[in-house]
Structures are given as structure tokens and as C-alpha cells.
Design a protein around this ligand. Structure first.
Ligand code: GDP
Ligand code: ADP
Length: 226
């Protein structure tokens, strides 16, 4: 079997983690695991973790570390046979240390996007809750206003993208993320990208991954997952 590839994408809410992860997953055949999507699935299914997490998310706060690690580490451990990209986890130093103890990462992508850009994007973010598809009324609008392109179902806004919760989330992000970024920088696996546009960042990420991911990985993994 070819070597597996493990990556994490870090960045504040609205920095484009989900958008870039989707591109990575489809171009390189990695599995994309988003902590936000997984939390929302757990909330919808009213699991124990979902019920615990719901109030924190509504208030724009981070879900406590012990809830997150109990939720995410088993998912990571299930993917031992796959290459993957984690999006939204780890977000704190405690989570990063917990992840460290279960696996070794190859690469960490960190998105550094100006605050004003983040606020503007999140105001216009709409999602299709059943699939997690993300739209932006300016950047990638749906074909029919307010409706998902594939299912035709209505789009909604996350409670935590609404202005009251948003400012609190962005404020906290920086403090919490710094030690995580420092940890990965010290390990020599951090790659930081700064710009206001995903389309300008993507070519750099794509060529970086092309040099790191074994060439047969995409095909091999696609063949096993479809
Ligand atoms: N205007 C603009 N919007 C973008 C760009 N990249 C992503 N978006 C939108 O910004 C919002 C946040 O992106 P998302 O990938 O969900 O970020 P995440 O919160 O880091 O996962 C979504 O509505 C995206 O469609 C960009 O380069 N320009
Ligand atoms: N690793 C994590 N640790 C703590 N809370 C988390 C984590 N991942 C997601 N959350 C919670 O879920 C919310 C939504 O996550 P997500 O969809 O990843 O946000 P965004 O895409 O806006 O960055 C976060 O605001 C936070 O409350």
C-alpha cells in the first residue's frame, strides 16, 4: 500500500477551510473531515455530544476540549487506512496534543486572512444543511437564489454566522490558535498562506500538495471509496 497522507487545515471562521478542503478532497482523493459538519450532524441526531455542544456553538463559543477530543479522535482512528484532511480540528493546544498522541501529521496548512474579509464573507455565507454545501452570495452564489443547486432545497445561515455570535468567534480565534500554530511551526510542518482570495491561494496549496502526496494516492484511494 502506498504511504498514507495526513493533513490539517487551520484558519479562522470564514478563512476558506471548507472551500479549500473540498478542492483538496476532489483533486487529491483525500477524505475531508470537518469538525463543524460533524458537530452539526451530532446536534441534528441529538447524540450526547451534540446536545452538549449545541449551546456553546449558538453562543459563538468553542466546544470544550474533552467533548471535541471524545468526538473527533475515534473518527480519526477509524480512518487508519485512508489519507485525510482535518478541517476545524484541532483548534486548541489541548486538542493538538491529543491528536499528536494518536497520529503523525505530514502537513499543516494555515490560512491567514484579514479580519474585514472574514466578516464580509461570513455575512454572505449560506449553507445547505443536509449536505454541508457552502455558498456565498457573491463568490459562489447558488443558481437559484436561496436554493441548493443539487437538491433544490432551501439554504439557511448558521446561527453562529449571524453578527452577534460572529464577532465573539473571531475575537477568540486568534488567542486560541496561536499556540497551535507555534506547535506546528516548531515541528517544521506548517505552511502559511495569506491573501484575501481563495482562488489566489489555491494554486500554491495545490502545487505544495502535488510535491508531498504520493502520485498514485488519488487514484488508489478513489478506487477504494467508490
Ligand atoms: N468573496 C469570497 N468568498 C469566499 C472566498 N473563499 C471562500 N469564500 C466564501 O466564504 C465563506 C467562508 O468559506 P468557508 O470555506 O466556509 O470557510 P471556513 O469557515 O474556514 O470553513 C463561504 O461562504 C465561501 O463560499 C473568496 O476567495 N472570496
Ligand atoms: N475543534 C473545535 N473545538 C471547539 N469547538 C469547535 C471545533 N470545531 C468546531 N467547533 C464549534 O463549531 C462551530 C462551527 O464550526 P465550523 O463550522 O468549523 O466553523 P467555521 O467554518 O465557521 O470555522 C465553531 O464556532 C465552534 O463553536
Amino acid at each position: 500500500m502506498s504511504k498514507l497522507f495526513r493533513a490539517v487545515i487551520l484558519g479562522p471562521p470564514g478563512s476558506g477551510k471548507g472551500t479549500i478542503s473540498e478542492r483538496v478532497a476532489s483533486s487529491f482523493g483525500l477524505k475531508h473531515l470537518s469538525s463543524g459538519d460533524f458537530l452539526r450532524e451530532n446536534i441534528a441526531a441529538k447524540t450526547e455530544a451534540g446536545v452538549l455542544a449545541e449551546t456553546y456553538i449558538e453562543n459563538g463559543a468553542l466546544v470544550p476540549d474533552h467533548v471535541m477530543t471524545r468526538l473527533m479522535l475515534p473518527r480519526v482512528e477509524e480512518m487508519t487506512r485512508h489519507s485525510w484532511l482535518l478541517d476545524g480540528f484541532p483548534r486548541t493546544l489541548a486538542q493538538a496534543k491529543a491528536l499528536n498522541s494518536t497520529c503523525e501529521l505530514d502537513i499543516v496548512i494555515s490560512l491567514n486572512i484579514p479580519l474585514e474579509t472574514l466578516k464580509e464573507r461570513l455575512r454572505h455565507r449560506w449553507i445547505h444543511p443536509a449536505s454541508g454545501r457552502v455558498y456565498n452570495m457573491c463568490f459562489n452564489p447558488p443558481r437559484v437564489q436561496g436554493m441548493d443547486d443539487i437538491s433544490g432545497e432551501p439554504l439557511i445561515q448558521h446561527e453562529d454566522d449571524k453578527p452577534e455570535a460572529l464577532v465573539a468567534r473571531l475575537r477568540h480565534y486568534k488567542d486560541v490558535a496561536k499556540p497551535v500554530i507555534d506547535l506546528y511551526r516548531a515541528k517544521g510542518i506548517l505552511h502559511m498562506f495569506s491573501d484575501t482570495e481563495t482562488d489566489r491561494i489555491w494554486p500554491y496549496i495545490s502545487s505544495l500538495l502535488s510535491t508531498k502526496i504520493p502520485t498514485d494516492l488519488g487514484d488508489a484511494q478513489r478506487a477504494t471509496t467508490h
